[in-house]
Write a protein that binds this ligand. Sequence first.
Ligand SMILES: [Zn+2]
Length: 236
Amino acid sequence: MATEWLFRDDAYLRETCARVVAVHERGIELDRTLFYPQGGGQVGDTGVVTRHSGEPIGVVDTRKGDAPDAVLHLLAPGASSPEVGEMLALAIDWERRYRLMRLHTALHVLSCVVVAPVTGGNIAPDKARLDFDIDMSLLDAERIERETNALIARGTPTETVWITDDELDARPELVKTMSVQPPRGSGRVRLLRIPGIDLQPCGGTHVANIGEIGAIRVLKIKSEGRRNRRVEIALS
Ligand SMILES: [Zn+2]
């Protein structure tokens, strides 16, 4: 069953309530959710759902379900299982999510400092990385850090824009990530625009203004293969 993805319109929503629509061995599905399911390199959200009785149940991870737009909330082992139709209060681990939003948005900025095809990426709460198809000699940690932080310091607001599949097909240069093609089939594609800096398809959660990232530091640069030169960053 399709779930309404509330974080897609408002990544800053921390709490809401929702109805249980399905209960599986692995987790529960809700009619709407704040919990971002792992995807696009960004890890799934964690948090708590609270039953009417006041009993809290930990959400240890969030994954996509089988149906399009279905979201599976993985509950803490040993917790009681809510029933279909039951209303739950939802709360994400906001501190963790906000770090993910800042790091995720930082990768968009980084992808404009290192100008090369992106071959992979990952965003965890403590660090994030992008892999590039580029010569190692062109990756200088000190320069990447300085230029990324100079762009972040502009304090540019971010925007979410939607275009049709046909519009995206007409502008293939928008797709920087070779390993992850934007999802097709729904007829429209979500883009993140950072005016003057970046524009690319992305379904993840971002900060409203890149100034919220603060600053980043480059943790390491290493080769993970000829087409995977890895740049790993953290919030500083
Ligand atoms: Zn993004």
